[in-house]
Design a protein around this ligand. Structure first.
Ligand SMILES: Cc1ncc(COP(=O)(O)O)c(C=O)c1O
Length: 488
């Protein structure tokens, strides 16, 4: 038994070949079906149940990658990917990820890679400036927006309990009658409820506040919910405002929510996971009026801003409070510089940290503010054009108005009977339409329930998308829909 490592020359050769594969893949990604066209279990069936006993040549591994893995992938960089929100990558970001993988540093402490820590601080401050966020916010890269939300909820919990929950636990506080509540819009992302479960608030503590006709939280309803909770002996702790809700693109009225949080002494977290990228454009900065009062803000460069998953930018007003929430100081994790430098291990849940700042640095330098603005502005303009065409079509209707590069619609043929049961039949028809479209591999869309009714989301945001792809998608939607209504 001996350890046979890959020799440098073999690594060099394999890496060169792989880069060729990567370049060809990115150039031809539009030729794949967007959504994987495989049945459940199809990939697992091709993977041996037991691990290899002896090592295999790279050629065999790569052949299986091509034959087994690639057909089982959904191609998120495809120009006709209009599902979910984008998870954009870009060539400079991919190159940086190659370097990150090669350096393979674990960047938990300043000392374990000073460049990673110092670049993270700098690049998040660049991004803060690019998005027009005010001074006085301190940045950290969290793996995902869900992690940022959890961190914010934990900070809110500590603020509301005078830093006691961390020490004695929520159960002990519960016995003293402290019952914390969290406020979100009914359109907010499920990660907030998940965070509330993990942070010990409990799902029942999450108050889902009604939204207006643009799917934005109603501040007067927030104020009444807080008052009702106080009257019932609860301790309101946190408001999570969403800029760009996942289903409908709703943008909560930050200024009004901030005023309520100030008055009530509540922690304010802003979830701008998707829409935050649009802040590169001045004309969308109305969304952040009132942001000065936020305690915590998160947005995802790994969605629309061309940076490979995963990379969430998280800024907090009070980094000491964040560190108090997370810090544990065993002796093996201290270094000579502890206290003098930033040790990001204390700014979130994981101890170990990848060098994520590198890819963001590559992206911001390669595209510059102007490049990012141009891409986002195009996506928004094409979405506006498409939403206009859908609204004008007599057989389709908009179910949630365009917000930035997202809207939702449903097919509602003129011939459709307006009678009892219509809504359920329309739901079924639209579900069938979506399935047929996604099964075709020509484009990929996702569904949503808007005010309880089935709707199809259209979200533009892939780097590779052009106006032609958007318009072609609309043609495919119309012809597919027409074939459904006539062909049954
Ligand atoms: C508004 C919003 N918040 C949070 C999330 C969760 O993002 P992540 O996957 O980074 O946890 C999403 C994901 O789409 C989202 O749309």
């Amino acid at each position: 038994m001996s350890f046979e490592d890959m020799k440098t020359e073999e690594f060099r050769r394999q890496a060169h070949d792989l880069v060729d594969w990567m370049a060809d893949y990115l150039a031809g990604v539009g030729d794949y079906p967007v959504r994987a066209q495989v049945a459940p279990g199809a990939i697992a069936d091709q993977l041996p149940a037991a691990p290899p006993k002896i090592g295999e040549p790279m050629a065999a591994i790569l052949q299986d990658f091509q034959d087994i893995v690639v057909p089982g992938m959904t191609h998120w960089q495809h120009p006709s990917f209009f599902a979910y929100f984008p998870a954009n990558a870009s060539p400079p970001s991919v190159l940086a990820e190659m370097l990150t993988a090669t350096l393979a540093a674990q960047c938990m402490l300043w000392q374990t890679s000073p460049a990673a820590t110092e670049m993270e601080t700098r690049v998040l401050d660049w991004l803060r400036q690019l998005l027009g966020l005010p001074d006085g916010f301190h940045g950290v890269i969290q793996p995902t927006a869900s992690d940022a939300t959890l961190a914010a909820l934990l900070m809110a919990r500590e603020r509301a309990t005078g830093d006691k929950a961390n020490d004695v636990g929520m159960a002990a506080l519960g016995a003293d009658g402290v019952r914390l509540t969290v406020y979100v819009s009914e359109e907010a992302h499920s990660s907030i409820e998940k965070g509330a479960k993990i942070a010990g608030f409990g799902r029942a503590a999450v108050r889902k506040i009604a939204t207006d006709d643009r799917f934005a939280m109603r501040p007067e309803d927030l104020a009444s919910a807080i008052a009702a909770d106080r009257a019932a002996g609860m301790t309101p702790a946190c408001v999570v405002a969403t800029l760009g809700t996942t289903g409908t693109g709703g943008i909560d009225p930050l200024l009004a929510l901030a005023a309520i949080c100030r008055r009530e002494g509540l922690f304010l977290h802003v979830d701008a996971a998707w829409a935050g990228s649009a802040l590169v454009l001045d004309e969308h900065r109305w969304m952040i009026e009132g942001i000065d009062a936020a305690d915590s803000i998160a947005m995802n460069p790994h969605k629309w801003l061309l940076t490979n998953f995963d990379c969430t930018a998280h800024w907090v007003r009070d980094p000491d409070a964040l560190q108090r929430t997370f810090a544990i100081n065993p002796s093996y994790l201290t270094s000579a510089e502890t206290g003098e430098v930033i040790d990001y291990r204390d700014w979130g849940v994981p101890l170990g940290r990848r060098f994520r700042a590198l890819k963001l640095w590559f992206v911001l330098r390669y595209y510059g503010a102007e490049g990012l603005k141009a891409m986002i502005a195009d996506h928004i303009a094409w979405t506006e054009e498409l939403a206009g065409a859908v609204a004008a079509h007599p057989d389709f209707e908009i179910t949630s108005p365009r917000s930035l590069a997202l809207f939702s619609f449903r097919y509602r043929p003129r011939s459709f009977d307006a009678q009892a049961g219509e809504d359920a039949a329309l739901d079924a028809l639209n579900e069938r339409l979506l399935q047929t479209l996604n099964d075709s591999g020509a484009l990929y869309l996702t569904q949503n329930k808007v005010r309880g009714r089935y709707a199809i989301r259209f979200s533009v945001g892939a780097r590779t998308t052009t106006r032609d792809h958007v318009m072609r998608a609309w043609e495919v939607i119309q012809t597919t829909a027409a074939s459904l209504s006539t062909g049954g």
